[in-house]
Design a protein around this ligand. Sequence first.
Ligand code: NAD
Ligand code: 89Y
Length: 363
Amino acid sequence: MMLSSTELFWSRIVNENNPNEPLRGALIGCGFFARNQLHAWQDLTGVALVAVCDRELERAERFGREFGIPGIFSDVEAMFAQCPLDFVDIAAPTPAHAALVEAAAHHGVDIICQKPFAGSLETARRLINLCEARGVSLTIHENFRWQHAIRDVVRLVDKGEIGRPFFGRVSYRSGFDVFANQPYLAELPRFIIQDLGIHVLDIARALFGDVAHLSCETDRINPAIKGEDTATIMLRHDAGTTCVVDCSYATTLAEDPFPQSLIEIDGASGSLRLGRDFVLERHRPGGGKERRDLTPDWPAWSEQPWSVIQESVVNLQRDWAECRRAGRAAATHGADNFNTLSLVEAAYRSAETGQTVVPQRWR
Ligand code: NAD
Ligand code: 89Y
């Protein structure tokens, strides 16, 4: 059987490892969100988190103690020198990505890196190419499409259960105080599209594929922050679907659905509505309607209201480990995520110029 160059690339990576040995990983960046990633690794079999690294040593020490991890570092080069690793899981913020990805690629170690990746399309492109040239895999921790209910909706659309989807809406509206846990978000000149809209745009891609063009309007309602906190983006997908992605952290709701994404899809032979609390309605031609509760079993360590995100972290990391063992690229590999990142860039450009924008594509 002839293997394509991508298949050869992945099979080479997997064959270098004994499939019976656990994959040895290190977490870099021991802050607010990294805790979820560590819990998730410890839920999975076949993966051993052997080191943690934070440029603030006491943060690494705290995680090391709490999660029983032997290797504790404040310097990645010292970690690479002392710890044989199969992969690093980068949970440090965007400005740290380039140097950390370069270091891991240089040491021939596979990489998972948090969103928003790299800080610009140019840097993202350079890092994706570097990883490919070095023969290491790069996956972006884009977890929202891994939420249980969203995966069910994607599956129904992919199976053609409602015919050709001609309209979609992926909506995320909340007034939850995200600045309490993530104070840096208030300082960003670009806020909601880059921090949160990126996930919602990725859900739109998972549902309807890549985007031919888009337009976007933004606003800032909260005077205490620097960036935009509402965005409405209209996408025309290559396959013909029109989709509205709308996000807000300025919405007052008596029952705030944070951090749920709600979905409406109209297809040529039926409609889907993913409402609050993971209730999916399927409307059939002729008037029939089915309702299903898609609430999953939450991880034992998860805490409301974050459980839906925390569960998706386990799903993403499980998929990554399975793909790594099978020699396949994970769903949100670097080149795939480039096309999500480019929607973020295109949305800001459209909001600034008032023009419809054609997003860049990977290659
Ligand atoms: P945080 O500030 O709480 O933690 C970041 C940690 O990284 C800090 O401890 C910091 O000291 C460390 N760090 C920074 N540069 C480093 C370097 N060069 N080497 C080692 N350590 C370094 O931030 P956070 O809220 O945990 O966010 C981290 C990332 O996670 C961000 O990119 C954010 O967008 C992302 N995030 C993702 C989700 C999601 O659902 N996928 C949710 C929240 C945050
Ligand atoms: O940083 C954000 C993310 O990725 O998911 C939700 C969040 O924590 C706040 O918007």
